[in-house]
Design a protein around this ligand. Sequence first.
Ligand SMILES: [Ca+2]
Ligand SMILES: [Ca+2]
Ligand SMILES: [Ca+2]
Length: 338
Amino acid sequence: MRILSLSIRPILVIFFVIQPVLAIITHPDNEPTMQWTSHPPDSVVGRWSTNASCVAIAPNYVITTIHQNGTEGLTVTIDSKSYVVDRIWVLPAASCGINPDIRLARLKDANLANYVPLYKKNNECGKYTVIGGFGKGRGEKMLADDGEAYAYQWAPGANDTFRWCSNTIDNVFFDMHINCPNDVILTGDLIQADFAPIPYDGIHPVTQYEGIITQFDSGGGWFIFDDGLWKVAGLSNLVSHNGYGQFRSPVCTETVSPDEFYAMRVSRYAEYIEKIIQEQQMLLQRDFNDDGSVDLLDFQLLSSQLHNAPTGKFDINNDGIIDNNDIQALFHCWLKKY
Ligand SMILES: [Ca+2]
Ligand SMILES: [Ca+2]
Ligand SMILES: [Ca+2]
């Protein structure tokens, strides 16, 4: 568990806990039912190793956060099947030299049936969102002096139970700095929601299954329904309190003090992530001998087909002839590895 300080420019400083993996907490009288299906398929969210969550965005790619750690070779579990991560891409550092808390991972031999596109619009604020993750669930109520509940503890457990909740995106923050005590510093654009109490307090809007993330939800998805599709708009990464989710004041339950929690803002990084996947597909297409790189052996195979009628994979630009245009397309990926 990492205790983080997160500086909201220019002056506001808040202390947060980052979840190496989060889980979802909802109000007891406001829990999602099995009949609630207005969300993406459960199988678009996976378990990241033993301490986090991730979101499938292509048949063999997931995105997740960085702060929970994990390297190539670890196991991701999606829809009860395990996959090995065979490559990870960390996104470029911001101008301050700090990496955003988001990364792309490729799953070896995966062909996932369910995945979601990236949300690319810069209009997240005010949007309804559904949030899924493998974090801890709701534990005991925490009671204020007047005997009324003001928070729920995080229940014990691992990242082995998937849960949904809903919420509203209240704010967008740009280029936030997240300072970890072990000298790890991350940055990025964030979207934010709060854990409103029920019944409605007249101040904080509450959704049908209002919820908050917990430990092990990190890397899980915030989804927005857009143009007829669920798209991933955020990756859970920060909450206000370590060990519990608060919706009222701990001193007086008449006072509302809902926790705020955050996700990496996918729209900021969508173009770069899609570019990586497209480049990898280009490499795969040009690696004629399936040895993992585009090099002289692939050039020799292509040259042997020059001026022949198209024979499937060698007609790279799909124009009906194998010629210099295909050779140029091959050299576009020269000496790159898949
Ligand atoms: Ca809320
Ligand atoms: Ca090759
Ligand atoms: Ca061609």
